[in-house]
Design a protein around this ligand. Structure first.
Ligand SMILES: [Zn+2]
Length: 358
């Protein structure tokens, strides 16, 4: 009996001690970017839609249409498919478990590891009642406020990102940069945002959000960074498929700038896990592609890519992945215990973790 206990201990201890190589987490989201565009490129059905902005449909087709699916998705997202995907765990069918399939419930699910359908059922900017994984990492790893940052185009992230106001560094929507260590470039971008307006009151241009986040990465070097883009969703709601396509291409360009920066800094190279995903899907027909929500078929399907030193590459290696699994996966990648993060109902994604971390 005694021998058996001893053996159990010997076996369990090394497993529990397996430490991830990941030291930094970067989470990037593109609002309502459909899996259809990510995996297939330009949608032939939508490219022929007659609506605002589609006078240039011919031009967009020339720009993004290719003879086969692989070439076509690479035409829209060249960096994602040629550089990120071959090294990443990529999931094409991630299930949204919240009932609403709109943004705040989706981001809450991503950031807290569970859906909270009673308290988060729409996009009203109410303070998140749940501790987010950003706050959890800050607390458990004893990071300073500047080491955990969130840049978002949509202003509601001021409420989504933290359940204790002021606990992490957030800059979201049209908002002046007021960080103590802001570089001159950050202050320039901060000023510019108010002179380059989008058609939407609640969301600034993704370019500003991305450029601010990249500058923050280079100058402040946070351990935890979320960057959340918006235009893929808002242009879709406006039935501007032409602009959706261009916003996706911009998003891909951002991923290239981000990944290049990560590879150029010893602080990040080989020690950073990048997670890229979306908050909800959308419809798949000409009538419904622009929309999402509980009544829209397919709005509960999103995609996900994870790339970093602890993640084996593969496509759909773990078929039952859900949106609420992202936060517990982040917790494992940062070497912490999922059971310490309150309220989580998701589970770490086995296909995104090396054997010792599963
Ligand atoms: Zn939307």
């Amino acid at each position: 009996m005694r021998i058996r206990i001893l053996l159990t201990l010997v076996c369990v201890v090394p497993l529990a001690a397996a430490a991830p190589a990941t030291r930094n987490i970067i989470l990037v989201t593109a609002d309502g970017l459909r899996w259809q565009e990510v995996f297939h490129g330009i949608d032939p059905l939508l490219a022929r839609e007659r609506s605002a902005g589609m006078e240039k449909a011919e031009e967009r087709r020339r720009k993004y249409e290719r003879p086969n699916q692989q070439q076509q998705r690479e035409a829209l997202m060249p960096f994602f498919w040629k550089t990120i995907a071959p090294q990443a765990a990529v999931f094409s069918n991630v299930k949204v478990t919240n009932a609403f399939r709109v943004s705040y419930p989706g981001y809450n699910e991503i950031l807290t590891g569970h859906s909270d359908d009673v308290r988060i059922h729409g996009n009203l900017a109410v303070r998140n009642p749940n501790e987010t994984v950003l706050e959890f990492l800050k607390r458990k790893l004893r990071l300073s406020k500047s080491q955990v940052a969130l840049f978002a185009s949509w202003e509601t992230f001021r409420a989504i990102g933290e359940h204790t106001e002021g606990s992490i560094s957030i800059n979201a929507g049209y908002q002046t940069i007021d960080f103590p260590n802001a570089s001159p470039r950050m202050l320039d971008l901060s000023l510019m945002q108010f002179h380059l307006l989008t058609p939407w009151d609640e969301a600034r241009h993704d370019f500003i959000t991305g450029a601010l986040a990249l500058e923050y990465l280079k100058t402040i070097q946070p351990r935890v960074l979320e960057i959340s883009f918006d235009e893929t969703d808002d242009w879709a709601h406006d039935h501007r498929y032409d602009r959706v396509l261009d916003a996706i291409a911009e998003f891909d360009g951002f991923l290239e700038r981000l990944w290049t920066a990560v590879q150029s800094m010893p602080q990040y190279r080989g020690r950073t896990t990048l997670i890229v995903t979306s908050d909800h899907g959308r419809g798949s027909t000409v009538a419904e592609w622009s929309d999402h929500g509980r009544a829209i078929e397919g709005a509960d399907r999103v995609w996900l890519a994870i790339v970093g030193p602890d993640t084996p590459p593969g496509l759909d290696s773990d078929p039952g992945v859900e949106q609420r699994d992202i936060a517990p996966t982040i917790v494992r990648l940062m070497g912490l215990k999922v059971s310490d993060f309150q309220g989580v109902t998701g589970k770490p994604i086995a296909g995104a973790l090396s054997k010792g971390l599963q």
